[in-house]
Design a protein around this ligand. Structure first.
Ligand code: FE
Ligand code: ZN
Length: 246
């Protein structure tokens, strides 16, 4: 049965990052995903009388973890991340590993193995709430850069994510969508759905609206990296995107 009592809010931080707040309705103890800055999050929570119970970390990059230490100073904050990466993460109170499941806010969280942007990158999938937090692996109409490893590794991570149910709501770590959509239209010029989505995204960004989250169904139809089809084509597209100036 779908768990509709879990809500997710965007917490825009830094230049173009999103941290996220998960909450079970009415509960004042919340979960924060990837707090790359402490102040804006602490302020928002204080204004609303909320406190952090748990912090989830997808990967070690500063824009995803720099707020952890300060936010975890408060009493009894659980800090969860990939045990294999603990040497370069803030102090974890609980390590997890890919393939593992655990309970949070009364719902199940699956830890997905999604390296390629960097080693040790994990994603958090909540099958009952139908929500995915995929950090810098997949973005709305895009994907992360290949940091550690080969494009092949990232391709396999994207394949894993695209195997989740179509109605999964995808929360990714950055507002990169306008550039991603321009690139998508550039490499798939005959795809009407991509063109229409680019126009929609241009309008949303002009109005200051976020383009995160998205759904996996939308991504499977219009994300150029999911449409690549093969690891070879994916590697080509990823390299082309690195130098694309839309
Ligand atoms: Fe990153
Ligand atoms: Zn990032």
């Amino acid at each position: 049965m779908a768990d509709t009592d879990i809500t997710v809010e965007l917490l825009p931080i830094l230049d173009d990052n999103y941290a996220f707040m998960l909450r079970r309705n009415g509960n004042s103890t919340v979960v924060i995903v990837d707090p790359g800055a402490a102040e804006p999050i602490a302020q928002k929570l204080a204004e609303r009388g909320l406190q952090i119970g748990t912090i989830l970390i997808t990967h070690y990059h500063a824009d995803h973890i720099d707020g952890v230490e300060q936010l975890a100073l408060a009493t009894h904050v659980e800090v969860i991340g990939n045990g294999a990466d603990c040497h370069r993460l803030p102090k974890l109170t609980r390590t997890v590993e890919p393939g593992q499941r655990f309970e949070l806010l009364g719902t199940t969280v699956e830890v997905l193995d999604t390296p390629g942007h960097c080693q040790g990158h994990i994603s958090y999938y909540l099958p009952d709430a139908k929500v995915l937090f995929c950090g810098d692996v997949m973005f709305t109409m895009g994907c992360g850069r290949v940091g550690e490893g080969t494009p092949d590794v990232l391709w396999h991570s994207l394949q894993l994510l695209s195997g989740l149910p179509d109605d999964t709501v995808v929360y990714s770590g950055h507002e990169y969508t306008l550039g991603n959509a321009k690139f998508a239209a550039h490499v798939f010029p005959d795809n009407a759905e991509i063109k229409a989505r680019l126009e929609k995204i241009q309008a949303m960004r002009s109005a200051g609206e976020p383009t995160v989250p998205t759904t996996l169904a939308e991504e499977k139809r219009t994300n150029p990296f999911l449409l690549a089809g093969t690891a070879e084509r994916f590697a080509q597209l990823r390299a082309e995107k690195n130098s694309f100036r839309g």
